[in-house]
Structures are given as C-alpha cells and as structure tokens.
Design a binder for this molecule. Structure first.
Ligand code: KG4
Ligand code: ZN
Length: 360
C-alpha cells in the first residue's frame, strides 16, 4: 500500500508486515563521515556491502575532515567494484542510486554525492538524496533486520547524534528528544581518550567493560527536562574522578576496566530510562535502537531486557547496520522512491540538513 499524499505531506500510514517494497536493484552510497560504504539491495533484501574504514584518524584522536575527504576519493571506486562483485551484478543491472546528502562533513559528503550523481547521470538512472539520520532509523526495514510491524519509539545513538525518534511510519519520523550537548558516542570516545584508549574509543570501552566492576565508580548522570539528554556533565564527572586519582580504586590493577564498566552502565541507564519514558509518553509498545552506539553490548542487553519486562517488541539491528553503512542509505532510497520523490544533479550536499518531521 502506498502512502496517500495531501499537500505534499504523507498522511498516517498503517504499517503491516506485508509492506510491499518494489524489488528495485538499488545502490546505496554513504560517505558522510569517515566510512566509505556502498551496498546493493533488491527491495529490502540485502545483497552486498563493501566498507572502507579510515584508520588515519586514530593518530589524531578524531576525524580530520581534509584527510577524510581525500580518503573517500581514493576508496570510492574500489568500494563500488567490491560491492558489485559481491552482489554478482554489474552497473548495467542497477536500477537506482541513493546517496547521503547530509548531514555530515562537507568535504566527505561532496565526494559521495558528486560520485553518486555523476554515476546516475552517466547511466541515466534515477537518483535519491538521503538524510543520514533518517536512514539509520530506516535500516530496521531491511529484511534481515526484522522489519517493524507498527509504530515504534527509536533511539539513534551515534558519534554525532543522540535522538529519540517517534516512528509512525517510514515516512513519518518525529524527533521527540535530543542531546543538548555531547552525543552518546562522543561521551564514550572522550572518556576513552582520557584513559588512553585508541580512537574511536566506544568499541574499546565496550570490550574492557566486560572485565570491570560497574559499581567501582559513581559518575554523575544529570537528568534534563522532558525527553532530552546531556552528557557533558558525565564527562566532567569522570575527569574530576581521574584528577583526584580515583581514590584507592585507581591503585588497583584493572582500574581502567572499572572506569569503562561504570561509564558504560551510567550511559546505558541514561539512554534506556529515557527510551522507556518516551515510549510510555507516546503510547508505543515497540522500541528500537540504531546508530554506531547500538553496537554496544551493554545497551543491546539492557534494551532487550526492557522489552521483556514491559512486553514490548524490540528492534536491534545486526552489527552491519549499526555503524555507518550503505545498506541503510539504499533502504532510505527505496522509501523515497515509494513516496514519489526523486533528486537531480543540482542536489548539492547539506552538511547541516535538519530532520523535518514529514519528509524523507
Ligand atoms: O553511526 P556511527 O558509525 O557514525 C556516526 O554517524 O557518528 O557511530 C560512531 C560512534 C563512535 O562514537 C563509536 O565510538 C561508537 O559509535 N561505537 C560504540 C561501539 N561501537 C561503535 N560505542 C560504544 N560501544 C560500541 N560497541
Ligand atoms: Zn551515522
């Protein structure tokens, strides 16, 4: 069933498990930050994905925009070739090109979007500019991510964003809560840096946390009004604790693991309690997480446990759809196409593209 449109705004769409996604062979091109990722999907069925991560930034403790765009330029063609080969098809078979138009780093977006638009133009293919944050949410509709069958409250947690998104349909997303300062991924990365772990620190904190004691440190977790988040106080609280030498706890071997376990538990509790409040407030009985931090083992367990306790259905993406990936961009392209949208050559990058509530 297609959404009805009225004055350009999609009207409430009742989702069901038979959501017919046309079987178009779609390329998805992601280059908003430091991963060059290209995927091929048919309808919502994953066929292939190739991703080139950039290791150069580790040396600098964060993404260096100029290096990022140069690396995208070097990677993008081999990544495309890899994806096509893995999918067992050629450019002649591709029926549409979706790409990240924003938000993200300008130079990085420029490489992917110029490449995607030129490719579509040269091959006479339709093209769909995609909003990166919407795509993180729409990744749940990929077939092997077990597509939602109704509205849900979705928490996007990445290196640049922390958002609670009320998802009424693939075309009707509304941000109902956001961070007022740092993103959840940034809190992981900044604390990791303080204790000497490599960039990006999130996965290292996750790994070390398994060996640590989550009760070792009591870090402050400020609560904001409404459904918003704040992580900068937590970061300061960790810094103060480290400056004071952490008391006796830091003389023990394994204090780093204790910091990781305590930090992870604090962040996970902040995220999951807000997710529960948001779902209650909006009357949703399905919850979801997405974005890089949704790869976190503590968060995945806590969200699963929340779902079981409340009898809610839970959507946690497979790892390949958590961090930045081409498949979610291709999926968002399919929904844009179903909504009757189409881009053209003049769609330049939008590094600060806001997430409107009723457009893709
Ligand atoms: O979505 P993403 O790949 O890129 C952005 O759009 O930002 O998210 C990257 C973020 C980084 O902050 C990284 O440290 C974090 O996701 N991350 C994790 C884990 N894996 C990735 N944070 C905590 N635990 C993990 N296992
Ligand atoms: Zn992302």
């Amino acid at each position: 069933m297609m959404p009805h449109r009225h004055n350009g705004v999609a009207i409430e769409y009742t989702m069901d498990t038979t959501l017919p996604i046309p079987p178009r062979l779609m390329l998805g091109i992601e280059s908003s930050c430091d991963d060059t990722s290209i995927a091929v999907i048919r309808g919502n069925v994953f066929l292939a994905q190739f991703t080139a991560a950039q290791h150069i930034h580790a040396k600098y403790g964060g993404v260096v925009p100029e290096f990022a765009s140069r690396a995208h330029q070097r990677h993008i063609l081999p990544v495309l070739e890899g994806a096509l080969e893995q999918a067992g098809c050629t450019l002649d078979d591709i029926e549409g090109v979706a790409y990240t138009r924003g938000p993200g780093l300008h130079g990085s977006l420029l490489v992917g979007s110029a490449f995607a638009r030129s490719l579509a133009w040269a091959r006479n293919l339709p093209m769909w500019p995609v909003h990166h944050m919407r795509a993180h949410v729409l990744a749940h509709w990929l077939e092997d991510a077990q597509p939602p069958s109704g509205p849900m409250m979705a928490l996007t947690v990445s290196g640049g964003h922390t958002q609670l998104v009320d998802v009424r349909s693939p075309w009707e997303l509304e941000v109902v809560g956001t961070t007022l300062d740092d993103a959840a991924g940034e809190a992981f990365d900044k604390v990791a840096k303080m204790i000497g772990l490599p960039y990006p620190g999130g996965p290292h904190v996750d790994r070390l946390a398994q060996e640590g004691d989550p009760d070792a440190f009591g870090f402050a977790a400020p609560r904001m009004d409404g459904l918003d988040f704040s992580f900068s106080g937590l970061k300061t609280s960790v810094l103060r604790t480290l400056e004071k030498g952490g008391g006796e706890s830091m003389e023990r071997e394994g204090w780093r693991a204790d910091v990781c376990a305590s930090l992870q538990r604090t962040i996970v509790t902040m995220l999951v309690s807000r997710l529960e409040e948001a779902a209650d407030l909006h009357g949703r009985n399905a919850i979801a997480i997405q974005g890089g931090v949704s790869a976190n083992s503590g968060l995945r367990k806590a969200v699963q446990a929340l779902g079981e306790r409340r009898g809610w259905s839970v959507h946690i993406p497979p790892f390949k759809y958590c961090t930045d990936n081409g498949a979610m961009i291709a999926m968002a392209g399919q929904f844009a196409a179903m909504n009757g949208e189409e881009g053209d050559l003049s769609d330049g990058p939008l590094p600060r593209w806001p997430m409107f509530s009723s457009q893709t």
